[in-house]
Design a protein around this ligand. Structure first.
Ligand code: PRP
Length: 203
């Protein structure tokens, strides 16, 4: 059997992915406080790479990993050339527009929208026929809505806790998201037996 390399997104999604693999009988040697960026399944059939969520599909597309686990939100935003093999039904969240009120605020100028999802935001407001100004941020997006750097934000909501604790409301839902197993085009054919076996296990 050939070893499969899988890129995982650091953080909450990685914990859920490891839990999912463990629950399907794939034991993984992973120490939570370790700074190692590579680790393996106990039987050595899988090698995991820890990367940033936004970089998972880049590793997979560029042949750095055979497979990856990435949220549909990030995959849609980054539009990489990878196969979306299966919905893992973890990392569920919703991409929303949120603000200080439940409706879009009236603004004398273009609506300012803070987000890390520039493409999703662009496309969503273009479809609504609204011209907006995007403020690109890399994290803590809610803060921009709270302090008024932007009129509203586009971000993911999972439990809703972050919006609640910062006094923000959902104005509109854009799309639902969950984590997908994605594959490199070449690996999908050259390691098809191994990938098919993994998909069967994860079902
Ligand atoms: C994400 C997202 C929200 C939060 C939503 O942030 O950007 O801030 O989770 O989750 P909740 O609805 O369960 O509160 P993340 O923790 O990934 O950090 P970030 O601010 O760096 O994007």
């Amino acid at each position: 059997m050939k070893q499969l390399t899988i890129a995982l997104a650091k953080g909450r999604l990685m914990d859920e992915t490891i839990k999912l693999f463990n629950s399907k009988g794939i034991a993984i040697d992973y120490e939570e406080n370790s700074r190692k960026l590579i680790f393996e399944s106990k039987d050595g059939t899988l090698k995991f790479l820890i990367v940033r969520a936004q970089d998972v599909a880049t590793y997979v597309e560029g042949n750095g990993a055979d497979l990856g686990v990435a949220g549909l939100d990030v995959l849609t935003e980054n539009k990489k050339d990878v196969f979306e093999l299966m919905d893992l039904n973890i990392g569920k969240c919703t991409v929303v527009v949120a603000g200080k009120t439940r409706n879009y605020p009236d603004t004398p100028t273009q609506l300012k929208v803070a987000t890390k999802f520039v493409n999703i935001t662009d496309e969503f407001f273009a479809k609504k026929g609204m011209t907006i100004e995007i403020i690109k941020l890399y994290g803590s997006i809610e803060l921009a809505g709270v302090i008024g750097l932007a009129d509203c934000i586009v971000d993911i909501v999972s439990t809703g806790q972050t919006l609640k604790e910062n006094g923000l409301y959902i104005i509109e839902k854009i799309t639902e998201s969950s984590a997908f197993l994605v594959a490199n085009h070449v690996s999908y054919y050259t390691k098809n037996e191994e990938i098919t076996k993994l998909i069967e296990l994860l079902k």
